[in-house]
Design a protein around this ligand. Structure first.
Ligand SMILES: Cc1cc2nc3c(=O)[nH]c(=O)nc-3n(C[C@H](O)[C@H](O)[C@H](O)COP(=O)(O)OP(=O)(O)OC[C@H]3O[C@@H](n4cnc5c(N)ncnc54)[C@H](O)[C@@H]3O)c2cc1C
Ligand code: SF4
Length: 329
């Protein structure tokens, strides 16, 4: 594996980064920590001739309980004890991303926009060539669900589900201006693994904002992976709740690692608001989440197993939240 040549740009302001994005429209990628992008480039996956590095853009830095800059390194977020106290589920997820070495370079923004994965895609050029490539890079068919229209590559970031459960918002800046949207709105819920996000051309994730209400919630994140020291999620389950003596004031549950986008289940949590979070209700809720998800066979573990474990991991994540709230079953 080798890295083909590209031109590296290193803007020192957001405005300069956006000017470069307009000048190289369609022919560039933003570069944060590079821990996802550069290995993909080494495998010749969707190369671009220009990389716009974001590390010198001061506006993308800074962290506090209300705002997390997109270029904050995962290791720095993980070491922040104030953040861990306020958002224990976020701390759970940070500790589970990749390895300490990857977290030393990887950033929050890069994690939210990590490339979707599939065992027919994350392979060397020679391997993919021998199969005739696939829709997501250089080919015209999908080996997972054979048809021509859609890619089922899996969203495999660990941080999005828990931040979505905490009602985080993404602050975005693009050539057309700035906007702030619920974090879940940056993902393609229509479910295409190629498009993978709904950012406009050249748009940059500037920061993630957490509302005051998030600090009143207990939260938790549980991850299923093959090698606990290293692997991407086969399933990630996040829960955040405010409980009043066991009665639900608010509850949000989101999962990742199962479909092309991280997914929150407001239609299933809404009926629980005002109710006592009993074991029976929790079991029924976890079953309903299991029935709603549709993993496909493009990661190590079989989709049926991942679905069944969704029920278990969602239940355990909510139980952990209940425990952290000091509420009884
Ligand atoms: C061995 C290994 C194991 C891994 N395991 C996990 C894992 O368990 N869980 C997990 O979540 N990830 C995992 N990763 C993936 C990756 O390392 C992390 O997700 C990391 O947080 C990515 O951040 P980065 O800054 O390195 O992103 P980069 O690689 O620099 O960028 C990733 C993508 O995001 C875009 N991008 C980055 N920042 C911005 C921004 N601010 N605005 C707009 N676009 C942006 C880039 O253009 C690129 O498309 C693993 C990687 C490796 C190599
Ligand atoms: S799901 Fe299909 S199109 Fe998408 S990466 Fe895998 S094989 Fe390629």
């Amino acid at each position: 594996m080798h890295l083909d040549p590209f031109e590296l740009h290193r803007p020192s302001s957001l405005e300069e980064a956006l000017r470069l994005a307009t000048a190289h429209a369609g022919g560039f990628d933003y570069l944060a920590g590079g821990t996802d992008l550069l290995p993909n480039y080494k495998m010749h996956l969707n190369l671009r001739p220009h990389l716009i590095a974001l590390d010198a853009v001061a506006e993308l830095r800074g962290r506090g309980l209300e705002r997390l800059g997109a270029m904050e390194r995962l290791a720095d977020l993980e070491r922040d004890t104030e953040l861990a106290r306020a958002y224990p589920g976020f701390a759970d997820a940070l500790a589970e991303v990749a390895t300490p070495l990857v977290r030393a370079s990887g950033t929050l923004g890069g994690n939210l926009l990590v490339e979707t994965r599939c065992f027919f895609f994350n392979q060397s050029h020679f391997w993919r060539e021998s199969l005739g490539y696939c829709l997501k890079a250089e080919g015209d068919r999908c080996h997972v669900v054979p048809q021509k229209e859609r890619c089922y590559a899996t969203f495999s970031g660990d941080l999005a589900p828990v931040l979505m459960a905490l009602d985080a918002e993404a602050e975005l800046a693009g050539p057309g201006g700035r906007r702030r949207v619920p974090l879940g709105a940056i993902y393609d819920a229509a479910g295409d693994g190629i498009r993978r996000h709904r950012l406009g051309p050249g748009e940059i994730v500037v920061a993630v904002h957490l509302p005051a209400a998030a600090r009143a919630r207990a939260s938790a994140y549980l991850k299923l992976r093959v090698r606990p020291s290293f692997d991407f999620p086969e399933l990630g389950a996040a829960a955040a709740a405010e409980l009043d003596g066991g009665r639900v004031r608010s509850l949000a549950v989101a999962v990742g690692g199962l479909e092309t986008y991280p997914r929150r289940f407001d239609e299933l949590t809404a009926p629980l608001v005002g109710e006592h979070l009993s074991d029976d209700r929790l079991r029924a809720f976890s079953e309903a989440v299991m029935r709603a998800v549709r993993p496909v066979h493009n990661t190590f573990l079989a989709p049926d197993y991942r679905r069944k474990m969704t029920r278990v991991y969602v239940r355990r994540a909510v139980e952990k939240v209940r425990e952290r709230s000091g509420a009884a079953a």
